[in-house]
Design a protein around this ligand. Structure first.
Ligand SMILES: NC(=O)c1ccc[n+]([C@@H]2O[C@H](COP(=O)([O-])OP(=O)(O)OC[C@H]3O[C@@H](n4cnc5c(N)ncnc54)[C@H](O)[C@@H]3O)[C@@H](O)[C@H]2O)c1
Length: 365
């Protein structure tokens, strides 16, 4: 069942403007995407669709972020109602089980939500004459990749249920694209930066939180893995580009790495950058750690060529300062934050323990 929480479409008077659906809008990236699209398409009708797993995990939000959409649906993408697609121009598909730890514990649900439901949604969208589908993919599909920076035609090496779900989705989306249905798979770098629903299970956010709460950064690996990063607001700008992109930039189907060469960092460089902004921070490296299997450098030439006006604008130091200010604004002091609801897996585990969701990640009625 899906429920529409509110509908304020009568506030929009221009019926000819864009109508865009954002699934998974009530997570970390979603609120930034809604703000970006509201600024780029002031007269658009924006619809949100989410199951609300993390709806209560607000972080310093000045207003409920969903007040910025025109309609908010509360539902499961696995049972997506077709009627919502009526008259839509574009779908931004963010809804997913969004990291490796959740994918490991809820493997079957991850496959069904991230892969199967995404393809079913795309098929329904195409049948419903929605012209544009933007899929939030991930550079994690390169897995452990030694040597040169990986470009879009490099071999994929997905190591986890999460990364595999993104590879399968891209593979099954590709044949659906044609003149009437433009698909863009944005292979995002690891996100970082402040949001109305901040996550601390992302590497840079974790380091800044450790520095703010306890003046300590614990690197679980030996610090050597490569990880490309991107600020959430730059992700939102890339989504904006993908909605409007002309077919001459990338064709009916495009899978493109999203990030920038300057943001290919080794994990220890990230910790050192944090310690420059937040002084007196102790960095501990696990010298005995097994080599981290997730290490990849990514080549962003294609994105630079296709989207010159939508290149990432944020730099690392600005992002660290923004995170620090956001955490200070939250009066964040929790040294035990790895067990808090700022970690997505902890939220789902708690909902499970309290009997509020099933092992298949469905709400218990
Ligand atoms: N955060 C990153 O570093 C990163 C990097 C690359 C790609 N991505 C992708 O971007 C998207 C958004 O990531 P995020 O960081 O905002 O994740 P998030 O976990 O904060 O948000 C995901 C949202 O999807 C919703 N959702 C999950 N299952 C659903 C279902 N069955 N039906 C309806 N809604 C459902 C959740 O309630 C949540 O609001 C995901 O697809 C993720 O894989 C994220």
């Amino acid at each position: 069942m899906s429920v529409c929480l509110f509908d304020r479409r009568e506030n929009r008077n221009n019926g000819d403007d864009m109508k865009i659906l954002i699934t998974g809008n009530m997570g970390y990236i979603g609120p930034c995407v809604v703000r970006q699209l509201r600024a780029s398409y002031p007269d658009a009708t924006l619809l949100g669709f989410d199951m609300g797993f993390f709806a209560h995990c607000l972080t310093n939000a000045p207003i409920l972020p969903e007040c910025r959409v025109d309609m908010q649906y509360f539902g499961d993408v696995r049972t997506f109602p077709k009627h919502i697609l009526s008259g839509l121009d574009a779908i931004v598909h963010l809804a997913a089980i969004s990291n490796d730890p959740m994918g490991k514990v809820f493997e079957d649900a991850t496959h069904k939500i991230n892969h199967r439901a995404s393809i079913e949604l795309a098929i329904k969208a195409k049948e419903g004459k929605v012209g544009t589908f933007v899929y939030a993919s991930s550079c994690s599909m390169y897995g452990f990749a030694e040597g040169d920076a990986k470009s879009e035609d490099s071999p994929l090496n997905p190591l986890t249920a999460y990364a595999k779900s993104k590879v399968s989705s891209e593979a099954d989306l590709r044949p659906l694209a044609d003149k009437s249905f433009k698909i863009t798979c944005l292979r995002f770098s690891t996100a970082c930066g402040m949001s109305d629903r901040l996550r601390l299970d992302l590497v840079l956010n974790d380091f800044v939180a450790g520095a703010v709460a306890s003046r300590k950064i614990n690197i679980l690996s030996d610090g050597s893995p490569w990880r490309p990063l991107i600020n959430v607001k730059d992700m939102a700008r890339a989504i904006d580009w993908a909605i409007g992109r002309n077919r001459t930039s990338g064709g009916d189907f495009l899978a493109v790495n999203v990030g920038s060469d300057e943001w290919n960092y080794q994990v220890r460089d990230l910790a050192e950058a944090v310690s420059k902004v937040i002084p007196n921070v102790e960095i501990s490296i696990n010298k005995n750690a097994q080599p981290d299997k997730r290490s990849y450098k990514v080549n962003f030439n294609l994105f630079r060529e296709l989207a010159p006006d939508y290149q990432p604008q944020y730099d690392l130091i600005t992002t660290i300062k923004e995170l620090k200010d956001g955490l200070v604004g939250m009066r964040f002091k929790d040294e035990d934050y790895h067990n808090s609801n700022l970690m997505r897996i902890k939220v789902l585990t708690k909902l499970r323990q309290e009997g509020l969701i099933t092992e298949n990640l469905e709400w218990v009625q």
